[in-house]
Design a protein. Structure first.
Length: 98
């Protein structure tokens, strides 16, 4: 019985890890396309934290990303995902090159 529980826990941990990696890859691809569309340079992307959303109750994952609009300065934005779906992107005010 103990071995079966250990195997089940190992499978659950592996599945959670695999799901996080899939979500991170989708976040990276989405932000790369988003930055290309808005003439921004994506510098980095990292998972920030998880939180429970309200109305309806859901698990949200937040990613912090850095981008540049002019090649000299950089800014930090936030990407929010629910599962494998992007919920929103927040960009700070940034310089637009002339």
């Amino acid at each position: 019985m103990g071995e079966m529980l250990g195997i089940l826990l190992l499978l659950l941990a592996g599945g959670a890890f695999w799901q996080q990696r899939r979500q991170a890859e989708i976040a990276w691809q989405y932000m790369r396309r988003y930055c290309q569309h808005h003439d921004l340079q994506l510098l980095s992307l990292a998972r920030s934290h998880r939180a429970l959303g309200h109305k309806p109750l859901r698990l949200l994952t937040y990613y912090q990303f850095e981008f540049s609009s002019d090649g000299e300065s950089y800014y930090q934005g936030q990407l929010c995902m629910q599962g494998l779906h992007v919920v929103g992107v927040e960009l700070p005010p940034h310089r637009i090159p002339s």
